[in-house]
Design a protein around this ligand. Structure first.
Ligand SMILES: Cc1ncc(COP(=O)(O)O)c(C=O)c1O
Length: 326
């Protein structure tokens, strides 16, 4: 029998992250605080980077390439993690440069990493564009490593395979039989799906698609999970029924946030002290609220995947929405 392979990781994240019992509107439920993973509050991204940066560090890479939106948490997290390991980074961002940069883009500039801005069409070919630049730098003798969008590769998803083992040790699966999280590039959900099978936990993985349409994200998650099972010879068979996409929570678009969600985000912050971001966790929490907070003690665990800096790029909208009176 072929033995399974487990990739090596470096330690970057403050883990295990706590699981908190939260009360909101008379209901109690559990939140896994992956917004506390550290490394300049890098949320879910840092778990993936523990695996993705192992080889570049070992081989003493000169520069790391990655891509994302201009407010990409992943791109910023990669740049900071690379810097902490003594490596440079270049970010390929969908959007425009701005002298008034806020949020993640502001931090990219504070760090001084190289930036290349791409139009939406160009971003569709970001992998090819990065590969071309990689080749030309390699011709000059530089060692370049390329990390895909969101850090979502069969290697990157180990961050959340490992997170399942962590949650198992925290005994949360005695109380919860499902996990809900925002899904952008799909790696977090894919890792949770594979991890639940590998650690023999009968869990439903609920993915709230914020960037890609329902069928596309489902396909991305399943493909990533299948590829990881194959690449690492995992002794499991994918059970697609365990994955459910909660669709319809990003109709305003990835870069925007609707007023009803902002009201919920502000109310939640005021009553719990927890801030949700406009691109990911705010949308995922609206799905959680609509689908699970109708029961007194939901058995679905909400993972707060971070994204704090995205709030600042939407400061006007956050300030314009209503103020609840004491
Ligand atoms: C804050 C936050 N939450 C959730 C996600 C979604 O994770 P994934 O890309 O692994 O689906 C991302 C990144 O895309 C993110 O930055």
């Amino acid at each position: 029998m072929k033995t399974q392979l487990i990739p090596k990781r470096i330690s970057l994240a403050n883990i295990p992250t706590p699981i908190q019992k939260i009360s909101f509107e008379g209901k109690s439920f559990f939140i896994k605080r992956d917004d506390f993973t550290g490394m300049e509050t890098s949320g879910n991204k840092i778990r993936k980077l523990e695996y993705l940066l192992f080889q570049p560090r070992k081989e003493k890479a000169d520069v790391i390439f990655t891509c994302g939106g201009e407010q990409s948490n992943h791109a910023r997290a990669t740049a900071f993690a690379a810097a902490s390991l003594g490596m440079k980074s270049k970010l390929f961002l969908w959007g425009k440069n701005s002298s008034n940069a806020d949020g993640n883009l502001f931090l990219d500039k504070v760090l001084g990493c190289e930036l290349r801005f791409l139009s939406k069409n160009e971003f569709g070919n970001a992998t090819i564009i990065m590969a071309e630049e990689k080749l030309s730098l390699e011709k000059k003798g530089k060692k370049v490593f390329l990390i895909p969008e969101g850090g979502s590769s069969p290697l990157g998803i180990w961050g959340y395979i490992h997170a399942i083992e962590e949650m198992q040790k925290q005994n949360i699966f005695r109380r919860c039989n499902a996990i809900l999280t925002a899904s952008g590039s799909g790696g977090t959900s894919a890792g949770l799906l594979v991890g639940s099978l590998l650690f023999n936990q009968n869990l439903k993985i609920l993915a709230v698609n914020v960037l890609y349409p329902k069928d596309e994200i489902r396909n991305k998650i399943i493909t990533l999970a299948e590829q990881a099972i194959k690449d690492y010879r995992l002794p499991i068979k994918l059970d697609e029924k365990r994955l459910e996409i909660l669709d319809g929570y990003s109709q305003e678009g990835y870069k925007h946030i609707s007023n009803d969600k902002l009201l919920l985000i502000k109310k939640f912050a005021r009553h719990t002290g927890i801030v949700l971001d406009p691109a990911y966790t705010g949308k995922a929490f609206k799905a959680y609220y609509d689908n699970f907070l109708s029961v007194r003690t939901p058995k679905t665990l909400f993972i707060h995947t971070g994204g704090l800096y995205g709030v600042f790029s939407k400061r006007k909208k956050y300030l314009l929405s209503f103020e609840e009176k004491i």
